[in-house]
Design a protein around this ligand. Structure first.
Ligand SMILES: Nc1ncnc2c1ncn2[C@@H]1O[C@H](COP(=O)(O)OP(=O)(O)OP(=O)(O)O)[C@@H](O)[C@H]1O
Ligand SMILES: [Mg+2]
Length: 273
């Protein structure tokens, strides 16, 4: 069966002020065609996670390797198919305060999506669709619509980002540190909603994080990246309890324990480079 989406040995090099910087050497991952999967990509700052996310979304072209959607390379696919890909793979970014234009009410984000769907935003069909996706992320339309971003919390804005993405009926959500800028108390709620979206709507998710403890709770597969490469991958519990790569072991040991009697004993080992 053809994979829904496959990132095959994708790499990306930038030219920064005459110097070549390799953000991603080579990374691969697969979302199968038959069942939704939540894949977590974890790793230290600068290892290439966001660059991979941008390639998965088609916002950045790989300089080596390929991104395939339903078996077709997105770099060479026909326009009609590319439009479908763009709708099918949606983003949730880290900083909700950057994503929303401060001069527009948050409704604007839905208007743009409705336009993409060819729906008249004043129609009752459009209103129902927006209310439906807001309900999915447990937001009351009366409390959020008509407001500006600064009048809402980071948690509400992240859920509005997710709702906007859902309006387009995506097959894949690429969520780059979606909860790192919101209150700890809300993080788990938003992550649970992502799992619900996977299970109830069949949407596959690429979840990017520094946080191995949430990754362990919600993902089907865990990928550990280091210096532009994936150094370890597999069942999350397996990866965390029996790390094979020294870097994974270091990441696992650096997760603070919730047991106050546990002493913080690990030293910072040399990171393999
Ligand atoms: N447009 C660009 N031009 C030049 N260098 C870039 C560009 N984008 C990313 N890089 C470099 O590529 C490397 C990987 O960046 P990337 O943003 O993908 O890392 P990351 O894993 O998302 O980090 P973080 O956890 O801090 O978000 C970094 O060294 C970064 O400075
Ligand atoms: Mg990043």
């Amino acid at each position: 069966m053809t994979a829904l989406m496959e990132i095959r040995d994708a790499g990306r090099t930038f030219n920064a002020g005459g110097k070549s910087v390799t953000a991603v050497k080579s990374m691969s991952l697969v979302f199968p065609g038959d069942s939704p999967r939540l894949i977590t990509l974890a790793g230290e700052s600068g290892c290439g996670k966001s660059t991979l996310a941008l390639m998965a979304l088609g916002f950045l072209a790989p300089t080596s390797g390929q991104v395939l959607f339903e078996g077709q390379d997105i770099a060479t696919m026909a326009d009609r198919h590319r439009r479908q890909f763009r709708r099918s793979v949606q983003a949730v970014f880290q900083n909700p305060f950057e994503v929303f234009n401060p001069f527009y009410r948050v409704d604007h984000t839905f208007h743009l999506a409705l336009r993409q769907l060819g729906m008249d935003r004043r129609s009752s069909e459009a209103r129902q669709a927006v209310e439906g996706v807001l309900a999915r992320v447990r937001l009351d339309p009366q409390r959020v619509l008509g407001r500006y971003a600064h009048q809402l919390s980071g948690g509400q804005l992240q859920r509005i980002q997710i709702a906007r993405a859902l309006l387009l009926k995506p097959r894949v959500l690429v969520a780059d540190e979606p909860v790192s800028m919101i209150d700890a108390s809300l993080r788990i709620l938003v992550l649970r909603q992502l799992v619900e979206i996977k299970e109830q709507l069949g949407v596959s998710i690429l979840y990017i994080t520094h946080d191995l403890s949430t990754a362990l709770q919600i993902s089907d597969e865990l990928l550990i990246a280091l210096n532009g490469e994936i150094v370890e991958r597999g069942d999350p519990l397996e990866v965390v309890t029996r790390p094979r790569h020294p870097y994974t072991g270091m990441l696992v040991r650096s997760v603070p324990s919730s047991d106050p009697n546990d002493r913080w004993t690990s030293e910072i080992p040399d990171t393999p480079r």
